[in-house]
Write a protein that binds this ligand. Sequence first.
Ligand code: BV8
Length: 235
Amino acid sequence: MAELPKNIVILTGAGISAESGLRTFRAEDGLWEDHPVQEVATPEGFARDPDLVQRFYDERRAQVLAAQPNPAHEALGRLEREFAGELLLVTQNIDDLHERGGASRVLHMHGEALSAWCRACDARHPWQGTLRDGPGCPACGEVAMRPDIVWFGEMPYQMERIFDALAGADLFVSIGTSGAVYPAAGFVQQAGEHGARTLELNLERSAGSHWFDETRLGAASELVPQWVNEVLAAG
Ligand code: BV8
């Protein structure tokens, strides 16, 4: 570990939740294998067959509630509590395992499984149950709620805030992501262009590995606590 970082941006993907039993997307048993992306993770798919999409996310919501955070989530919670510098944790994941692992300020750029979004009044509500049976929006009463998820072709949340953080970071760390989906997959380049050191922690080399100053291969539950210990020991 080189000099002490003062301003860290972390990006996580499905790989950090794999050891909590939540399926990733692009492994052979991946989520997309059962459901072509176009059918369940696009606005067009939702317009074509809302019940299929609601069922897909009802299932994801139930799996999230049944899962537990793993040592990687808990290590990032500890980092947030003990690191003296600036830290922004951005996740592509729609689960709440970062929060249950002790991180309180998590930016869900692709939305959250445990949130419902009313298309009539734009309100968002914490939601743990099903959306299939067409519940009315708690704010406006309309039956118009969809999963609060960013689908392909939709703009991820809080992009300005993320770009500002990448411009000021001196360390960018990517954990458990295949680097297949943009704009998240481009963050390493943006951070690097602004002078940040870039570190990748992943089970295998990713589509973006060549952009990183350093790649460590292994399971998140081992690599993340080890890296957090390094950062906090240098402090
Ligand atoms: C947008 C919500 C613009 C749904 C998701 C051509 C070129 C460039 C871009 C595009 C293009 N064609 C289309 C695009 C844009 C598109 C895109 O990038 N497509 C890709 C497929 C080419 N992007 C978009 O549409 C985005 N929006 O561009 O908007 C715009 C502009 C103006 C106005 C309006 C719009 C929106 C993308 C968001 C889509 N939604 N998720 C849901 O979750 O159900 S994406 C989905 O993929 C998840 O969010 C997931 O997080 C994300 C990325 O996947 P990963 O997290 O990386 O998961 P994956 O399985 O792939 O990899 C897991 C990794 O973990 C592996 O590397 C594995 O080795 C590792 N691992 C496994 N186990 C472990 C581990 N690592 C450590 N430990 C372990 N134990």
